[in-house]
Design a binder for this molecule. Structure first.
Ligand code: GAL
Length: 516
């Protein structure tokens, strides 16, 4: 099978990295040995989804509430739903949905309150969860890698966690603060326990980091590798030495138990060591999933399991049975490079595995690069809209403590987030493509509700048309421009709009008379 070579993985050459994406997209990248062959996926929803009973409480709770803004066809209640997501109107969720639950956080109540219409019942129920969680769909949070690579420590993580709260991202539904590569140099004590630098990098150890994140009402994520050595050994980033032995192989039971004992709620497991050793991804990740389950039995604590083998060995065929999310491609940005929409588009394309996705199990096109240097507002919106129409995990990767109002506005847009978090967890599908003028359709919960992305990948401004029949809707439907927060009224048969090159339009199209 293809193993990522140093240059391919780190993208020292952009063209080589793009070639890798192409190979994977075309199915040429991973021939798969017999043990990696597709099969055995699907089905299981147990185990590693989510982090607590409250977060995973059945019913779509707060997500349903946030959807209220999108549910109605009337302009007034639609915009009321959108603007209530910060908690102001919690009682309206309670009124329309019954008891909001005494332990609901302000944020949860607010999301419930945003239910202006059909989804009100589910919104009100959201309060019952009540552990500071908000939404119930694909994981939302922030991860350290895209902006900080392996130069991370407690001070930096605290600052980003603080900013997640003060910026309003937490109120918008972001929960996870994920510590990616660089936290550990691979040292163990005589008993095999992980040891970290508690003098300067992690005063108080990793538990102190998790405790701090929890003290803000957030959830904590950590990172390791399925192989013996991690990515920091094979591809050290500037300023950090090669880190041998920073993988979990040989210590799966002990390490995942340790992560849970420290209090971590999410673990991303990378594949640099596994790839270098040529072991079977499906077998290795199954072993890890089993170890996480054992740890959960021992501690009573759950961890979201994020598989990160870059789409090799077709994880969409087996990872849904063992994890919450699985990467479908290489990195959206390589260390040392600047943000590039080409990578965003190719990661979006290679993530298209709609049948693999279901509530609690998501294709992962990678962490976001919304708000990173070089991206325009239009690019940020298009990137975020593509992840939302995909129902993808939303893990911000920008510097939260210094983002602009525009970037904050993109990341916290409650209507776009509601599309992403829709309880049906459908991945939007391409319904037409004329010379790069593409239309994507995501079926939303409720009746006759579709999120539609008009994406212009041609080199010039063009008219893009969505035909309602392509969405499975009837002859007339109401159309809302999501980013403009503007109701465009009832349209007959189709809707057409001019979209600049490399730009997009995100719409909510509603036909209450539709069958679904
Ligand atoms: C890659 C992974 C990235 C990041 C990086 C750390 O393999 O895809 O998301 O975790 O390793 O080295």
């Amino acid at each position: 099978m293809l193993t990522y070579s140093k240059t391919l993985r780190r993208g020292v050459s952009f063209q080589l990295a793009a070639l890798t994406t192409l190979l994977i997209a075309s199915g040429l990248g991973c021939s798969g040995n017999s043990s990696d062959a597709p099969g055995g996926g699907g089905g299981s929803k147990g185990g590693s989804t989510g982090t607590s009973g409250a977060v995973n409480a059945p019913g779509g709770t707060s997500a349903g509430g946030a959807l209220g803004g999108l549910t109605t066809t009337g302009g007034a209640s639609t915009s009321a739903g959108a603007s209530n997501s910060n908690g102001g109107a919690g009682t309206s969720g309670a009124t329309s949905g019954g008891s909001p639950g005494a332990s609901g956080s302000a944020t949860t109540a607010g999301a419930g309150g945003s239910a202006g219409g059909v989804a009100g019942g589910a919104g009100g129920a959201g309060g019952a969860g009540g552990t500071g969680s908000t939404l119930n769909g694909p994981p939302m949070g922030w991860a350290s890698w895209n902006s900080f690579a392996s130069k991370i420590d407690l001070k930096l993580i605290k600052a980003q966690a603080d900013a997640m709260v003060s910026s309003g991202l937490k109120a918008a539904g972001y929960q996870y603060v994920n510590i990616d590569e660089g936290w550990w140099q691979g040292a163990r004590d005589a008993s095999g326990n992980i040891t970290v630098d508690t003098t300067t990098q992690w005063p108080g150890g990793m538990q102190a980091a998790a405790d701090y994140i929890h003290s803000l009402g957030l959830k904590a994520g950590i990172y390791t590798d399925a192989g013996k050595a991690g990515c920091g050994f094979y591809y050290p980033t500037a300023g950090t030495p090669a880190e041998p032995n920073s993988g979990a192989e040989g210590h799966y039971d002990a390490d995942f138990l340790q992560f849970e004992k420290w209090g971590f709620d999410f673990v991303k497991v990378d594949w640099c060591g596994g790839s270098a050793e040529g072991i079977s991804a499906k077998t290795a990740y199954q072993g890890i999933s089993d170890s996480i389950k054992k740890a959960t039995t021992a501690t009573g604590h759950t961890m979201v399991f994020s598989v990160c083998n870059w789409g090799g060995s077709n994880p969409w065929d087996w990872a849904p049975a063992m994890s919450t999310m699985w990467r479908t491609s290489g990195d959206i940005i390589y260390y040392g490079n600047t943000a590039d929409i080409t990578h965003v588009l190719s990661n979006f394309d290679t993530a298209q595995h709609p049948t693999a996705q279901s509530p609690g199990h998501y294709n992962d096109p990678d962490m976001l690069i919304v708000g990173m240097p070089n991206f325009t507002l239009a690019q940020n919106r298009t990137h975020f809209a593509m992840w939302a129409i995909s129902g993808a995990p939303l893990l911000a990767g920008n510097k939260l403590d210094s983002m602009s109002a525009d970037v904050k506005g993109v990341l916290t847009n409650s209507e776009v987030i509601a599309i992403d978090q829709d309880p049906l967890a459908k991945q939007g599908a391409k319904v037409s493509d004329t010379g790069g003028l593409q239309v994507y359709n995501k079926v939303l919960s409720g009746t006759g509700r579709r999120a539609v992305l008009l994406l212009n990948r041609s080199t010039s401004t063009a008219m893009l048309t969505v035909k309602f029949a392509d969405l499975g809707l009837g002859a007339s439907a109401s159309v809302r421009d999501i980013w403009a927060a503007s109701d465009l009224g009832m349209k007959m048969t189709s809707y057409a709009a001019s979209v600049p090159s490399n730009d997009s339009l995100l719409l909510l199209v509603t036909d209450p008379a539709a069958a679904q």
